[in-house]
Structure formats: C-alpha cells, structure tokens
Design a protein around this ligand. Structure first.
Ligand code: ATP
Length: 709
C-alpha cells in the first residue's frame, strides 16, 4: 500500500479541507455528476507534478484555487498533500512517510514541499522515478481518457509501454550518458584544438630549449676549459717569473762587476792618456831644434859670407863694396826665401818670414844710408858674434837632443800600456755586452710574459673565472699545447656568441608548455576513455533496453491477447514494434508500437471502427496487461468503466480484483459492479455552497450513486 492519504485544501471545488484515507487495495469514489470526483483525480495528478493546467481543465494556476460561490468566499490558495507509506522504504528515504505537497497562490506562486521542506519540481520527479512513476502518467487515467493509449501516436505509445515496463530509468540513464558523451566530445574537440594549437609552438620551444641545453653544455665546457687554461697558463707564467729572477740575479751581479771594472780601466786609460798628452807637449823640443838648426845654418852661411868678405878685404867704406854687399844680401835673402818656400812647417815658415823681414829691413837700411853704420860695423865683430851665437846654438841643440831622447822612451812605455788597457777594456766591454744581451733577452722575455700576464688577467676577468678555483696542475708543455686549448676555447666562445640570441626564459616556457601538453594529452586520454566508457555504457543500456523491451513487450502481448480474448470472447490483439526508418526523401520516420486487433466476427480496418465500449475494453485490457506485467505502485482510474455494458462491467470488476493484488487502485465510478469490488467507498457531494464534501459510504449507500448499467 502506497497511498496513505490525500488532503485537499482550497483545490478547485474543495473549498474546505478534505481528507481521503486509503486503507484498502481498492478505493472507490462515488457521487453525483459535478460533485467534484474528477477534481480528486486531478488533485493527485497535480500534486505529482502535472505541468499542463489545460489537462486539469484550467487556463492558469489560479483556476485551481477554490473560486467561491454565492455562499462561500473564494480562497487565496490551493494546496494538495499526498502522504505515501514508506515503512517498506520503497522510496530511498529514511522516513516512514513521504509527504509531497504542492500549493498555488493567486499571485501565481507555485511551490513544492517534500516532508515540509521546499523543493524543486525536479526533486519531486526524481523521487517518483524511483518507484517507476513517470511523466506519461499512464497509471492515472482521467475521465474520458481511457482510450488515450489507442489514439496516441505509435512513438508516444512506445513511451507509455516503456514507462510501464520501468524502462524509463534506462532511457534517463541513456539520455544522461548521451548528454555526457556530447559534453565529452565537446571537451575532446576543445582539448584537441588546444593541443593542435600548442604543438607547433611546443616544437619550436623544444628546439630552442634543445639549443639552450647545448649552449649550457658549451658554457660548462667553456668554463672548464677556461679554468684549465688559466690554471696551466698561470703556473707556466709563475715558473717563467721564477726562472727569470734566478737567471737575472747572477747576470746582473756580473754586469755590475764588469761595469765597475770597465770604469776602472777607463780611468786608467784616461790617466795614461793624460800623461801621454804631457809627452806630446814636449814635442816643442823638436820644433825648437828645427828652429835652432835653421838659425845655425843661417849663421854658418852668414859667417861664411862675412869670412868671405873679410878675406876679400871688405870693410872699407867703398860704395861699390856697399852695392856688392846689398846685392850679396839680396842674393842671400832670395836664396833664403827659396829655402823657406820649401819648408812645410808653419813654425819654420813663420820664423823664416821673420828672418826675411829682418834681412829686408837691413837691406833698406843699407840702401837708405845706414850703409855707414853698416859699414861702420866691424865685420870682425859680426863674425865674432855669429861664432859665439853658433856655439850657443850648438850647445842648446846638444841639450835638446839629450832631452828628446829621454822623453821618447817614456812615451813608448805609456803607449804600450795604453794599448794593453784598451785591449782589456774592449774584452771586458765585449763580455759586458754579451751579459747585457742576455739581460736584454731576459727583459724581452719579461715584456713578453708581462703581456701574457695581462692577457691572462683579462682572460680570467672576461671569462669570470674564480681565482680561487684554479687547479694545481702541470703547466703548458709548449706553445702548441696552449694554442690548441685556446683554439677550443675560442670555438666555444664563438658558438656561445652565435647562440646568444636565445632567451633564457624559453626553457621555463618550454617546461610549462610541455607539462601543459602532457596535461592536455592526459586529459585527452582520460576523456577518450570516458567517451569510450560512455559509448560502452550506451551500448549496454541499448542492449538492456532492447532485451527488456522485447521481453516486456512479449509479456504484455501475452497478457493483452489473453485479456482481449476473454473480454471479446475470442479474436486477437497484439502490439508490434516498428523500428524508425528513413523514407525516400531522407526523412526519419519515427518507429513505435502499433496495435493490431482482430475483433471476433468483425473485419476491422482501423481502430476508429471500434465502438466506444470496444475501445474502452481494448484500452482497459491493454492497461491491465501493462499493469500486470509491471505493476505500478498505484492506478487511478476515472470512470474508465463508463462505456461498459453489464456483462463487460462484470468482467471489468473481475479484472480489477486481479489487478488489485498487485497494485493499489483508486477508482472513480458510477458502476455498481466496480463499487462492489471496493474496500473503501467515498461519496462526494456538493450542496448549495458549491463546496465538495466527502463521506464514507456503505456499499448499499453507494449504489445510490450507481448509474444503470
Ligand atoms: P461527473 O460525475 O459529471 O464527472 P464529477 O464529480 O467528476 O462529475 P468534477 O468535474 O470533479 O465533477 O467537478 C466539477 C465541479 O467542480 C463543478 O461543479 C465546478 O464548478 C467545480 N469547480 C471546478 N473548479 C472550481 C473552482 N476553481 N472553484 C470552485 N469550484 C470549482
């Protein structure tokens, strides 16, 4: 038993709160026309979420609220409350009762409550679907709608059958899976597009990052090689500096010694030269000797002439003699001039010219009258004077010769000594030069290595080598060794310079893009597998639906056929599934359930040809067949028996009783056969105030409301 009670407050004709209890498997509602019985059925449909006001015989929500009458005021609100028994927990709900309420207020406000809490319509539907109560509401048959299933399109009929078979759930699941698959495929496309957009960039970044990695390797390699170079070079230069000091010191000592010695020798030479130049001064002796010699020769000639004159008796005052004397003097002077002209010494020329001057003065005197004095001169005296002068000259010459001889030997000694010293000094100077050459070579080397030291310092600075990181290592073995390493370093530097354009942030960007790509690829994989799972689920659901539908349809057909035959006393009734198809125009033709009937003794071409009673019987047979195969929690039937004759009413009653074993029935009826089967009978009446009222009836009382059937 599902339905426990139904309370109507202000709903349509129920202007006063009215409660229906449902303690029996079959509850019948009876009463005169227009008393409000159908309003009860509509109240049930409405509280369960009916959205079509039209199907509730209204235009708007307000039409469901008690509108008042001459004797009763209209109300502002309609409320219906349906209490389900949930002691067996058919609803997945902890309470023993599930109370669904719906109310509408005149301003149009419409609300649902579940056990007193306001909920959404969706929540109500979700709850009802758990007990197989779906939106087709095939188990609430309103008045005049008993043959709804016959008139319905084959597609709608299929839906009703599926709902009756409890397959709605599979459809919902399938629809949900379809929706999720749609979303998934949408995601798939989006992610695929993102990946496709990212990939070329990632490829570019990858190549760049690869380059950066190579650059990093170059950098490390360069740093290592540079460190090695700096280490080996600095040790090499340090050794060179040490060696240079070691070589230079003795050379400098030697150079100093040699220089001092040379200075000493030079001093000696200077001294010797000085004394030698002193000896040169004494060469005046030689000049004097020449002078004396000249004078002597002149005196000897004069003496000879005087003696000649004396011997010729000259000494008289005779003018002829004087002329002869002058002529003789002139001849002598001429001779003397000739002699002097041959002289090559300036001093000799000078003294000669002075003699010539004296002679010429003497001649002048002789010629202008000093002849007397000359003539007065005693030749003898002159001879004597000249002789003594000659003697004196010879004495002086002898003296000078002796002096000269002595000076000569000293001079030779000095010269020899000078030459020896000069030889020594040259030797020393040569040696000093060789030392200096060596020192210059060392200087040159020093300059060279100074340059290399500067180069090294620049190298260490430029390549940012930590001085303390230098290795204790063998120096370069040779220049080729060093040059080779330097070439490698240069090559690395060039490579680094060439690669210099790459932005360092690219590696980070690459890593980010890569992980994004991996993430997206993972997503894609997950979504793909989700899509695969969803497709599998849909296939599975399709499969189950197909199986359950085929089986259900088969079972319904068995029941339907049997019921139909029992109602019509023979014939055939069958539901056939027609799959959707595509017509020639390429349009999809809905599939669904077709009904095939074969009424005994009649040839039917269409359902339209059935009488009202036959339609009602066929519908009821189908409805009961459906409800038998998969019993709904309840079945509400509003005058589905209206068109039945006495015999069929009897059969209808039997069917009800059978059906009631499986499902709870709430039946609005005027049929006494039907009333007889009810456990509880409610009579609905309406008095002059236009308000429907309910009373419990005994069967006999109820029969008063029965129509003649
Ligand atoms: P029948 O046996 O002829 O089918 P019934 O008992 O099913 O009749 P209903 O159709 O349920 O009768 O009730 C119709 C009555 O409800 C009418 O008298 C109508 O005036 C009344 N009614 C409908 N809506 C309202 C409303 N909003 N306010 C007041 N009364 C209403």
């Amino acid at each position: 038993m599902y339905f426990k009670s139904l309370t109507l407050s202000g709903f349509k004709s129920f202007g006063k709160t009215t409660v229906f209890e449902f303690p029996s498997r079959i509850t019948s509602v009876v009463g005169p026309n227009g008393s409000g019985k159908s309003n009860v059925v509509e109240a049930i449909r409405w509280v369960l979420g009916e959205q079509s006001i039209k199907s509730l015989r209204g235009k708007k929500g307000e039409d469901l609220i008690f509108n008042g009458s001459d004797k009763a005021a209209r109300l502002g609100k309609a409320e219906v409350k349906l209490i389900f028994d949930n002691s067996k927990k058919q609803f997945p709900y902890e309470f023993d009762e599930v109370i669904i309420s719906r109310r509408v207020i005149r301003d149009g406000t419409n609300e649902y409550l579940l056990n007193g809490s306001q909920v959404r319509l969706k929540d109500i539907f979700q709850l009802l679907s758990t007990v197989g109560f779906g939106s087709t509401q095939h188990h609430i048959i309103s008045q005049g709608e008993v043959d709804r299933i016959l008139w319905a399109s084959s597609r709608d009929r299929q839906e009703m059958i599926e709902e009756a078979l409890g397959l709605k759930e599979y459809h919902l699941k399938k629809r949900e899976a379809e929706r999720r698959l749609g979303e998934t495929e949408n995601n798939l496309r989006q992610i695929d597009a993102q990946i496709r957009e990212l990939r070329p960039h990632l490829k570019y970044l990858g190549a760049q990052a690869e380059k950066m990695k190579a650059v990093e390797e170059y950098r490390v390699d360069l740093h290592e090689k540079a460190r090695l170079y700096a280490s080996r070079e600095s040790i090499f230069l340090a050794e060179i500096a040490n060696n240079s000091v070691r070589e230079r010191d003795p050379l400098e000592d030697e150079s100093r010694t040699k220089s001092a010695h040379i200075k000493e020798l030079a001093n000696e030479i200077a001294r010797a030269e000085k004394s030698f130049s002193g000896l040169v001064v004494k060469d005046a002796v030689k000049l004097k000797l020449t002078e004396l010699d000249d004078r002597r020769r002149m005196l000897e000639r004069e003496l000879g002439r005087v003696e000649g004159l004396l011997s010729a008796g000259v000494g008289s005052k005779d003018s002829d003699v004087s002329v002869k004397v002058i002529i003789g003097e002139l001849r002598d002077t001429l001779f003397f001039v000739k002699e002097i002209a041959d002289k090559d010494s300036f001093e000799a020329l000078k003294s000669g010219i002075s003699d010539i001057k004296m002679r010429l003065e003497k001649l002048l005197r002789l010629s202008v009258g000093e002849r007397d004095s000359v003539g007065d001169l005693s030749l003898e005296k002159k001879k004597h004077e000249m002789a003594s002068e000659l003697h004196e000259i010879e004495m002086s010459v002898a003296d000078l010769h002796a002096q000269r001889e002595e000076t000569g030997s000293v001079r030779e000694d000095t010269l020899r000594e000078l030459r020896e010293r000069e030889h020594d000094i040259r030797t020393e100077e040569r040696e000093l030069e060789s030392i200096r050459t060596k020192l210059r070579a060392l200087d040159f080397d020093g300059e060279k290595y100074k340059a290399r030291n500067i180069e090294l310092a620049n190298f260490i600075r430029d390549l940012k080598i930590d001085g303390s990181s230098l290795l204790d290592i063998e120096p370069f073995e040779g220049d080729s060794d060093r040059a080779q390493l330097m070439r490698q370093i240069e090559r690395l530097r060039i490579r680094l310079e060439e690669a210099g354009g790459i932005d360092g942030s690219i590696v980070k960007e690459y890593e980010d893009s890569k992980s994004r790509d991996e993430f997206l690829t993972g997503e894609l994989r997950d979504i793909n597998s989700a899509a695969t799972q969803l497709k599998a689920l849909m296939r599975e659901l399709d499969q189950q639906l197909h199986e359950k539908f085929s089986e259900g349809l088969k079972n319904i057909n068995e029941e339907f056929s049997a019921l139909f035959r029992s109602v019509f006393g023979g014939g055939k009734a069958k539901l056939t599934y027609v799959a959707p198809s595509v017509n020639d125009a390429g349009e999809v033709i809905d599939g669904g359930i077709e009904i095939e009937l074969d009424v005994p003794r009649k040839r039917l071409r269409s359902l339209d040809m059935l009488s009202g009673g036959e339609r009602a019987l066929t519908s009821v047979a189908l409805l009961f067949a459906m409800s038998t195969v998969n019993p709904p929690p309840f079945l509400v039937l509003d005058e589905t028996d209206a068109a039945l004759d006495e015999a069929n009413s009897q059969r209808y009653g039997d069917l009800l009783e059978q059906l009631a074993k499986k499902t709870q029935l709430i039946i609005v009826t005027h049929n006494r056969h039907t009333m007889q089967r009810a456990g509880v009978l409610y009579g609905v009446t309406m008095s002059g105030d236009g308000i429907s009222r309910v009373i419990s009836l005994k069967l006999e009382e109820a029969k008063e409301f029965a129509s003649e059937g």
